[in-house]
Design a protein around this ligand. Sequence first.
Ligand code: SAM
Length: 385
Amino acid sequence: MTPGARVQAAIEVIDKVRAGMATEQALTRWARGARYAGSKDRAAVRDHVFDALRMWRSAAERGGGESGRHRMLGVLLLQGKDPAELFTGEGHAPACLAEDEGGSAELSEEAVRDVPDWIWGAFLDDHGPAKAAEIAQTLRCRAPITLRINGLMGDPNVAREVLAEDGIETRANPRADLALTVTEGARRVAQSRAYRDGLVELQDAASQAAIEALPLSVGMRVLDYCAGGGGKSLALAARLGGGPVWAHDSDKKRMRDLPGRAERAAADIRIVARPKGPFDLILCDVPCSGSGTWRRAPEAKWRFDKEDLADLRNVQREILSDVAPMLSGEGILVYATCSVMSAENDQIVSWFLSENQDFGLLSSQQVLPDEDGDGFYYAILRRAA
Ligand SMILES: C[S@@+](CC[C@H](N)C(=O)[O-])C[C@H]1O[C@@H](n2cnc3c(N)ncnc32)[C@H](O)[C@@H]1O
């Protein structure tokens, strides 16, 4: 596909998303009908669509309208590209630009923030104007691709060398000791030897830093209560010399890849439907808005509403109440989200501490998204003996 044809494909996908279709579904449908599109084309179309979602408001204002065409025009202008080179009308490229097409170069404050107003209000309340603006601006950009080196199999030097053999270049990531940011060849990671052999896993640096900060020692009984795909179970196991780590999730399907991933990583992960205590440490990486990761899932930034937040807060409280009785005498409870909203973070922890006076807070950390990683929150609580 030509660069222009990719833009036209993105325009069509964006129009489907505007009409209410989920982004992944709209992309899949387009790809099914576009057998001529190779993997590079599909990746390029996806990148355009995700850029438009990250800059949904500013792209519309800059492009002078709400449609996919206006938004792609806006995205290109905001990225400093010349849209006339792509809107050529040739082949499958979008029709040439009319003279009056395109909006104002002066964007409104709301457009520049590129978050829904109620979310902006929450960011302001939680972080103040300067930090709120930083968060909002970061969420308009692409997220870094980060690897976690499996400490059971190698160190950063070995990992960087093995990755380089497959054309994947990396730099050390300051957030976590075993984190590498991919600077070149990100699309080759899943096929690389380092990944296939379990030497590296894809994991954001903020998650890695949280696991590195936990008071873990070999021999502790550890439960990952909201294991999902198991990224944190594997990181926990690596810190425990290979495990075991017990992994649970209310939705068993989410853990279906975990046995294979564990085998690759030489980690002893024991999936458990009904965890039985006592555990020395329980990690609750609870379902949340994902606001710290909205660069990766930008559609959620616009679809997430106050009702969703209220529902999630109930689930978050419920999970903490469910796991507390499974902890040993001086057991550690770790509450984690990839959110930057205090309604899901400090406020939930405060509620839990007020309801469970036998627990105390050891530490908590709110990390904001930046060029090194996602936004993340964790609190480490301990039950008194
Ligand atoms: C943020 S995701 C976990 C991500 C995972 N820890 C990782 O590192 O990939 C939250 C998970 O919590 C699970 N979940 C939701 N409600 C739950 C509940 N009541 N008990 C246990 N798990 C729950 C969801 O199915 C989802 O997989």
